[in-house]
Design a protein around this ligand. Sequence first.
Ligand SMILES: NC(=O)c1ccc[n+]([C@@H]2O[C@H](COP(=O)([O-])OP(=O)(O)OC[C@H]3O[C@@H](n4cnc5c(N)ncnc54)[C@H](O)[C@@H]3O)[C@@H](O)[C@H]2O)c1
Ligand SMILES: [Zn+2]
Ligand SMILES: [Zn+2]
Length: 361
Amino acid sequence: MRATVFHGTNGEIAEFHEDVEVADPGPGEVKVQIHAAGVCHSDLSAMNGTLPMPAPCVLGHEGAGEVVEVGEGVGQVAVGDHVIVAWTPPCGVCRACRRGEPNLCVQIFYNIAGAAKFSQGGSPVFGFAGTGTFAEQMVIPEQGVVKIPDDVPYEIAALIGCGVTTGVGAALNTAKVKPGSSVVVYGAGGVGIAAIQGARVAGAAEIVAVDTVDSKLKEAQRFGATRGVQPGEVDAANMEINEGEGFDYSFECIGLPQTIRAAYDAVRRGGTAVIVGAGRSDAMVEFNAFELFFMEKKLLGSYYGSADVRTEFHRLIRLWKAGRLDLEGMITSRLDISQAQEAFDAMKRGEVIRQVLTFAG
Ligand SMILES: NC(=O)c1ccc[n+]([C@@H]2O[C@H](COP(=O)([O-])OP(=O)(O)OC[C@H]3O[C@@H](n4cnc5c(N)ncnc54)[C@H](O)[C@@H]3O)[C@@H](O)[C@H]2O)c1
Ligand SMILES: [Zn+2]
Ligand SMILES: [Zn+2]
């Protein structure tokens, strides 16, 4: 079958192959025919070493499709069900799951990340984060798929699989943005635009988008940003909106030390800075010992939107159906699965919100 593979040997190259094979679903596992996959920056980060990933691996973790085969004992989904892939499947029984933090469950995640469900010429091929949605078919434990209504287009469902849940969830679940508040979002890619939309749903009064690409600043305003500024213009926006006191909330959706530090600096005393961007483990961010207590800012990490995928995907679908989330508008382009490298090149230029890979041809 067709799939996009990162071989780990020659830089950020996503190779398209037609001879990748996928395993049969074992007990408790399902096989999904992927119909649409979104291109998230984390896939690029797997190729440049920001996020360590075993290679070779089928890229992609944002996707939706149809269950085509189920292994022994599968009870939550059946053949024919439309599903969204969840890249951190909640096991439902571990300590994190039981205390209501299923996004932090690692029981299934660690297992699938190290188990190769794909192969090529008889050699094992891993899947990104144990998934691998840039392939016509993939195999995952049943907890790694969430059944959705048949009338949700696959490309909309795909975006919910990572970027939308991550960004909207950061605003609604991690920060719990209050109505009337002021918000600044660093990075207006798929995740940042989703955070902007989440802040809008929560009733924020002012939402400032920050990006280095001018076209993004304009686009962000289609999704609820009240203004878009270059990084050097945040202070001026803060003067106008908050009389210089700082924003109530900031969301860092890039993953760089300088923008994480900027997101911390941008909030007022007592404000909340949420770090969504996924940076390198050797990239350090500095805080002084005085400001951390004196400013009483809340510095919050946000992983997979602090969301329970089993209920969050449906909530997001309802918000989309009600016209409260614009997900169609987030799709910059649709490319064939063979064009993943083009998608990554466009992402590196900062030109896109979300690109969707399709499997029609
Ligand atoms: N926390 C999580 O669970 C989680 C989940 C998904 C993705 N992520 C991470 O979120 C981040 C964003 O992902 P994405 O898919 O939206 O990426 P993207 O590449 O689509 O968007 C990033 C945006 O940031 C802008 N940007 C880059 N450097 C900048 C700078 N110095 N100042 C201002 N703007 C800058 C780019 O122009 C671009 O618009 C990535 O780090 C990704 O790995 C985290
Ligand atoms: Zn992602
Ligand atoms: Zn668990």
